[in-house]
Design a protein around this ligand. Structure first.
Ligand code: 0X9
Ligand code: ZN
Length: 301
């Protein structure tokens, strides 16, 4: 069965999603946001008992298929919102969380069945030779301009056009239709132990640089407090590398000021193959950082 301290197959995650919605009908709702290119339904979990006027936070995991700790974290975080300590559980009284546990479902399934190191989605390219677009290069912000490739065989292929990929389009449509209530966007990746904020498509500092930097500083300090895990933080372009067409820059560009990308454990020793024995600690410490951001957003937006 499903386990929060193991990596779960897509089938187990689907079952878990359904069970949560059944068990906590007032707190958890499944929102269908469309299908993947291979026809799998994408569900956002809406967690919170607040009404439509409430501020919301959108968080996605698993935009890159091989980063297995990321979906594990989204599952863990949902659990914490439902049955964690008081200070986490009380967040759902005043905030709505929209959580997409696996963004790139087809790719995730592919990493379980065919190629553990697969990164992109599974859409066939026009030239017919290579499969997959990098969903974190497919958003409509300075699309395919830097840190991206027009070559379909590349790991950082930006796709035929901005939002050419149905998975990116589904997420963008959902965010656009809730943009008035969504105050923060959080995207979970691995690895490198970093907390990044805009911009990524340019080295220019974002208009909200100072505030985002303060929040990131506070969040990584919370995270470190639990097990001493060190994170670096800063604007994405200079802290990791420049990328255009990424989801966090796009979310920022549509007016979601509090936009962050996490790169979870580790720093490269195991990389994408983070052992299951580290799931619990990684999720516990990261929960503190996300909760810090949520509390800040609640108080300042
Ligand atoms: O290349 C990426 O998309 C991210 N690194 S990963 O190893 N998880 O693939 C870095 C994204 C940095 N860019 C933004 N935060 N926009
Ligand atoms: Zn990634």
């Amino acid at each position: 069965g499903h386990s929060y301290t193991k990596y779960n197959t897509w089938e187990k995650i689907v079952e878990w999603t359904g069970n949560l919605a059944k068990k906590y009908p007032n707190l958890v709702k499944k929102v269908d946001i469309g299908k993947t290119v291979e026809g799998r339904p994408m569900y956002v979990l809406q967690v919170g008992n607040a009404n439509s006027a409430t501020k919301a936070i959108f968080m996605d995991c698993g935009i890159h298929a091989r980063e297995w700790i990321s979906p594990a974290f989204c599952q863990w975080f949902v659990k914490e919102l439902i049955k964690g300590k008081n200070n986490i559980r009380e967040l759902v009284k005043s905030l709505t969380f929209y959580i997409l546990p696996v963004f790139n479902i087809d790719g995730y399934v592919w990493t379980w069945t065919e190629d553990r190191m697969w990164r992109k989605n599974r859409s066939p390219s026009d030239d017919g030779n290579c499969v997959g677009t990098d969903l974190n290069r497919n958003f409509n912000i300075s699309w395919c301009d830097i840190g991206s490739s027009t070559e379909p065989c590349s790991e950082i292929y930006c796709g035929a056009t901005a939002e050419s990929e149905i998975e990116a389009k589904n997420v963008a449509n959902f965010i656009r239709s809730h943009v008035d209530s969504i105050k923060a966007y959080i995207s979970i990746h691995s690895y490198s132990q970093m907390l990044l904020y805009p911009f990524s498509y340019t080295y220019n500092l974002a208009p909200d640089h100072k505030e985002l930097d303060e929040i990131a500083k506070g969040a990584v300090s919370e995270l470190k407090g639990l097990y001493g895990t060190s994170y670096t933080y800063g604007p994405s372009a200079s802290t990791i590398y420049p990328t255009a067409g990424s989801s966090d820059d796009w979310a920022y560009s549509v007016g979601i000021k509090y936009s962050f990308t996490f790169e979870l454990r580790d720093k490269g020793k195991k990389g994408f193959l983070l052992p299951q024995s580290q799931i619990k600690a990684t999720c516990q410490e990261s929960t503190l950082a996300v909760a810090y951001i949520a509390k800040y957003v609640l108080a300042h937006s």
